[in-house]
Design a protein around this ligand. Structure first.
Ligand code: F6P
Length: 361
């Protein structure tokens, strides 16, 4: 029987998404002779009439697509799918429209590429629509449970490391304290990993409390030892000393994390009299060309997802554990994020290098 696979990317984009769509398409068509349908713009394409869907062919991937950042299918990370809207004079739930449209496509299975939040939404929709589902974890935040590496994370760490590499010479030229604010939502993976790789003197992550006074002392010590500049990396969800997260509200009402870097810049200046400058790295962490590791993980996840379908194994999420791809129950992963453990071995490495990382003892 020729199976019909639907595939969509959901939530914030990241590097490696085109590589995973490619892997699914190649495996499904070349190995099993199935059909693959790409749903555009995440769940947004499923709200449209006609449904925004395109049949994917292996020839779609004979060029440079897998080397490119972003997702050629498009994605969406805003809007409540469980809200009610007015359609043809009737109040209708958005989720009902999506479920109806999923049924119209007569798919055998939907592959959803997303973070824990997207996987939860897609789990609910496919359960209600009685449709088989397989999840593939992607997120630069790397906070999907039971999964060591999500697609997009490695590239984001690389971009943040490169940013520290480029900040160091200008920091030294101007005797400055340079603060780099990175993404990661409530998890400090990007900040910790890039901070060590990029030679930061201070790493601040949401999982560990810090004190501005101690940061100031650390800066004074570095300067008294003869170095004229300091590099600080801070994760966007690190709280101010009053316990509140720094956020930005956009004109459409969407709220995102942002602004902790400039808060720290001002507070550090007050205590050290050091000139501070802040770089908010932002979406370059998501849009870069995927690293080899992200392409590898994406490829391995895509092949495994299709092989699960061949075994009629559904409601599973493919995950990276101990240098190979495994699969775990969707219930174990959907909506359950995983922040950095205080016992993460890299915290010891940071301490061992004399990096200030906050109150870990
Ligand atoms: O979850 C991925 C992520 O990039 C977070 O690290 C960040 O907080 C958020 O998405 C930014 O979202 P947006 O693209 O809507 O600004």
């Amino acid at each position: 029987m020729v199976k019909k696979i639907g595939i969509l990317t959901s939530g914030g984009d990241c590097a490696g998404l085109n590589a995973v769509i490619r892997a699914v398409t190649l495996r499904a068509i070349n190995q099993y002779g199935w059909k693959v349908y790409g749903l555009r713009d995440g769940t947004l394409g499923l709200m449209k009439d006609p449904i925004d869907v395109v049949e994917l062919k292996t020839s779609d991937f004979d060029g440079n697509l897998m080397r490119m950042g972003g997702t050629f299918l498009g994605s969406n990370n805003k809007g409540n799918l469980f809200r009610t809207i007015e359609k043809a004079g009737k109040k209708t739930k958005v989720s009902e429209i999506i479920i109806d449209n999923l049924r119209k496509l007569e798919l055998d299975v939907l592959i959803g590429i997303g973070g824990d939040g997207s996987l939860k939404i897609l789990q609910t929709l496919t359960k209600r629509g009685n449709l088989n589902f397989i999840g593939i974890p992607k997120t630069i935040d790397n906070d999907v449970k039971h999964n060591e590496l999500s697609i997009g994370y490695d590239t984001a760490v690389d971009v943040a490391t490169n940013a520290l590499d480029m900040l160091q010479p200008t920091a030294a030229s101007h005797r400055r304290v340079m603060i780099l604010e990175v993404m990661g939502r409530d998890a400090g993976h990007i900040a910790l990993n890039a901070g060590i790789a990029g030679g930061a003197d201070v790493i601040l992550i949401p999982e560990i409390q810090y004190s501005i006074k101690e940061i100031a002392n650390h800066i004074d010590k570095i300067r008294s030892e003869g170095r004229n500049h300091v590099l600080i990396i801070v994760a966007e969800a690190v709280k101010k000393e009053n316990g509140k997260k720094a956020t930005v509200k956009f004109i459409d009402g969407e709220v995102r994390l942002g602004g902790i870097g400039s808060y720290l810049g001002d507070e550090i200046y007050k205590l050290t009299n050091a000139e501070t400058r802040v770089t908010v790295l932002g979406h370059v962490q998501r849009g870069a060309q995927p690293t080899h590791r992200d392409r590898l993980i994406a490829s391995a996840f895509g092949v495994k997802a299709v092989d699960l379908i061949a075994k009629d194994k559904y409601s599973r999420v493919v995950v990276w554990q101990n240098r190979s791809v495994k699969d775990v129950s969707l219930d174990e992963v959907a909506g359950k994020s995983q922040i950095l453990s205080k016992n993460d071995p890299l915290i010891e490495v940071a301490k061992g290098l004399g990096i200030y990382i906050g109150d870990v003892d």
